[in-house]
Design a protein around this ligand. Sequence first.
Ligand SMILES: [Zn+2]
Length: 412
Amino acid sequence: MASSALKASPSQLIQDLLKTPEVAESFRIFEHQADAITDEQIRICSIPSSPFGEQERAEYLSRKFLEIGVSDVQIDEAGNCLGLFRGLSQLPVMVVSAHLDTVFSRETDFTVRRKDQRLFAPGISDDGCGLVALITIARALVETGTKTSGSILFVGTVGEEGEGNLRGVRYLFTEGPWAGGIESFISFDGPGIERITNRALGSHRYRVTVIGTGGHSWGDFGIPNPVHALGRAISRLVSYPLPRDQRTTFNVGKVQGGASINSIPSEACMDVDLRSCAEVELQRLDAYFRRSVHEAVEQENAARRPGDCPLVLNVDLVGERPSGETPSNSLLVELALEATRTFGVAAELDQSSTDSNLPISRGIPAITLGAGGTSGCSHTLDEWYEPLNRDMGLKRGFLTILGMVGLENSDR
Ligand SMILES: [Zn+2]
């Protein structure tokens, strides 16, 4: 039973799971119901789900969870859709998630089009294939009568993309009804079966706004210029001494301001993205950036004429994703590596910015896995997905999950 199984090596755990009838039967579901799984993916991806507009898709997912027969189905205050597969003990819980949102606006046409094996729609892969993996795995657990030791909380999260700033998963771990009780976390995000994301790429995003009085370029010369202040700040930022070994990046992605060539602007703003694979480097870059912006504005103000109003600076943090790592020798990563090997595939540990960033930063083992199949043109209106070998992605995820929560009566 689970207690002895927990002491087994990850490879032994996976080998034992492969011998159980529950796993064999679930694998048959993944193989033989391939068309039904794809039809479900088409249904869920046809429901529009823009950033901050995930509700309809969340409601659909909760209806699915009820139909499958998982318990405690609810949409939480953040808008995440939750459903519990109850094990012998309710706690601790492993979260298995996929994100409901896409990067596309409300006006986008989410209709799925099919051409031979290929499905076309915004978000069909990111994260349509993850969402259908949740539904399929929950259904397999229930239909095969699988009994687990720990419980599995299935979650469709809101706010994974861009300005969503991980608000769904943040709520789940900090305020939601399960906060404090979650022991491990898997996110299915996108296609493939090689990738195991165990390192979280952290980022800070800022909108910097500088406001002045503005004036005539000749007549009022000397009034502090918001664009010049931003120029000074950007010049400092680009001379940042980057660390040698920890990849760290900065980008001024958008600059706006001014009205005409011969006017001193009354306002200017810029959007800045700071990233690092190491939290300590991200903090160092962040401090340097903030200091640079303040000093740049002070310098511009220092040159103003007596009686001129100084520039006003606003630095708003508009996005924050923490960094961190689930160690490659942790049980969760080793199980995922072992499960990938089972299908004759060489796994790749990688780093990315996903829902896993949040649990990883809180020291909770978390990884992001591809949900099988292939895709292209992600985050564009031409996004496509092909379910070729999707079953391998589902099987790999399924084995990893069962390895973590433990199968009752799996000792044989
Ligand atoms: Zn995604």
